[in-house]
Design a protein around this ligand. Sequence first.
Ligand SMILES: [Zn+2]
Length: 86
Amino acid sequence: MATHRPAVSPPAITYTDAGKINGPTFTCPRCERVYPYPHDHGAPVRCECGWWYTNLGHGRIIEEFRPRIGGAGTKGPEAAAGPRSS
Ligand SMILES: [Zn+2]
């Protein structure tokens, strides 16, 4: 009688863009996740904990709390179309 042999699965691959960071890093002071340092006047670091860190140049970092639900700006490119409350 044949023994049941399940097919051997290939090793799991995790697809992530959180690879090795080359160059300077920025550590979220609230949750200590590490990100590539935001460029001057560049895209903000959008931390998983909801805080955004934008580099205004000359080392000035502004902090904004933008939780993923209900916290997006209502103006600007990040504003998504959605139901309007009146
Ligand atoms: Zn954080």
